[in-house]
Design a protein around this ligand. Structure first.
Ligand code: CA
Length: 249
């Protein structure tokens, strides 16, 4: 399914451990990017933009703590250290370098999955102030990357999801075309207005009752867009079952 999955970057030099991680993470619905050394890990952290990093400390080229320090220069992506090193001193140093969590090998895959979920939840909460955002009939689960429209789970492509999340996080604010393009597509795309138009149209077709008369994503002519803050829709009136049972019998 073409839904935005959480991407896990695994930096680990032991193939059997990567294999175990692959099996348990894939079955839990994560997308995996992996490598076996620190330099490649730093490069992938920048080029892939993972949602979370699992990092071994004993790597063949550089120490994992250097990888943490290097990623922390520019990113707050959650980093979970998975290491055989169990000395307090080593754990403290890794946390001081900027790791979010520390799991000692050998680890229970279920415990690791729970830690991953907890760290993703914390990261999503830091970004939006809450792990879920609601606006009108839209509810977005920032941890699971799921969107519900009137309570019905609806599939969005990864880029549609990112754009919708951006609008939801900044709801109520006027956003310029350039600002949206820079934040959602990246610095190289601030002039690519047609991307934005295409994706706004796709989003409107999914979330608006009338895509040509939108009430969520409003066009600000010559400037950009604004997502209106809308109240939760009223609950549908329940059919009074007692009456129909009596009448039909
Ligand atoms: Ca190792």
């Amino acid at each position: 399914m073409n839904q935005k999955k959480n991407t896990v970057l695994i930096i680990e030099d032991e193939p059997p451990i990567r294999k175990v991680l692959n099996i348990s993470l894939e079955s839990a619905g994560y997308k995996i990017v992996e490598c076996d050394n620190g330099r490649e890990g730093k490069r992938l952290a920048a080029s892939v933009g993972p949602d979370i990093v699992l990092l071994d400390l004993g790597l063949p080229d550089i120490d994992g703590k250097q990888v943490i320090a290097s990623i922390r220069e520019w990113s707050q992506v959650p980093i979970i250290v998975c290491s055989v090193r169990n000395a307090d001193d080593e754990i403290i140093k890794a946390l001081a370098a900027g790791a979010d969590d520390y799991v000692i090998k050998p680890f229970n895959p279920d415990v690791l999955l729970a830690r991953i979920h907890a760290n993703l939840r914390k990261a999503a909460t830091q970004e939006a102030g809450e792990p879920e955002i609601s606006n009108g009939a839209i509810r977005m689960d920032l941890v699971r990357h799921e969107v519900f429209l009137n309570g019905v789970k609806t599939v969005f492509t990864p880029k549609e999801y990112e754009l919708l999340r951006y609008f939801l996080v900044h709801r109520g604010k006027m956003l310029t075309h350039k600002q949206i393009l820079k934040d959602v597509w990246g610095h190289a795309h601030t002039e690519d207005m047609q991307y934005l138009r295409v994706y706004v149209r796709q989003l409107r077709e999914k979330i608006e009752a009338d895509p040509s008369g939108p009430c969520y994503i409003i066009t600000e002519p010559g400037i950009g867009y604004r997502m209106e803050s809308l109240p939760e829709p009223e609950q549908p009136v329940l059919i009074r079952q007692k009456e129909s049972v009596g009448a039909g019998a």
